[in-house]
Design a protein around this ligand. Structure first.
Ligand code: HEC
Length: 133
């Protein structure tokens, strides 16, 4: 137990990527991409799916992408240095409480409801990566 806690403390990002925290909280609900598209309306206040963006990074192809790597967006060092790779678990943790998952991130909008998070993640999975001009 102590050993696990130490590892989590020392390598939060690695623990997140491995899903340690997510599994401690139980399985996430199954996501519905159609409902997630509606949830994405919140995100669209800042995010585009593809194309240039100054407000927030483009999210097409975000699932499977390393955090802080969409071309053409100036990320915080906090996000670039997080070492996260976006998958269902890391996205769930980030969207639940961005500044807890990545202290210092400029994203402060959160999605409190676990089902909404699962839905929007399911939606993002359906939006493939596109070349960002
Ligand atoms: C108020 C504006 C705002 C809203 C609303 C918002 N975001 Fe963000 N988001 C940002 C900013 C700014 C960043 C870049 C943060 C940084 O550089 O630390 C970001 C970063 C991200 C990232 C990391 C992307 C990457 O390339 O590493 C993901 C994933 C993300 N947001 C998902 C979402 C989702 C899903 C929603 C809707 C539920 C959402 N965001 C709503 C502003 C917003």
């Amino acid at each position: 137990m102590i050993r696990v806690r130490t590892i989590v403390g020392l390598a939060t990002a690695a623990a997140l990527a491995a899903g340690t925290w997510a599994s401690a909280q139980g399985a996430a609900p199954a996501g519905d991409p159609a409902k997630g598209k509606a949830v994405f309306a919140i995100c669209a206040g800042c995010h585009v799916l593809s194309g240039p963006s100054f407000t927030a990074p483009a999210l097409a192809g975000v699932v499977g992408r390393k955090a802080g790597t969409a071309p053409g967006f100036e990320y915080t060092q906090a996000l670039i240095g997080s070492g996260l790779v976006w998958n269902a678990e890391t996205l769930d943790r980030f969207l639940a409480d961005p500044s807890k998952a990545v202290p210092g991130t400029a994203m402060f909008s959160n999605v409190p409801d676990a089902q909404d998070r699962a839905d929007v993640i399911a939606y993002l999975k359906t939006v493939p990566a596109q070349a960002v001009p």
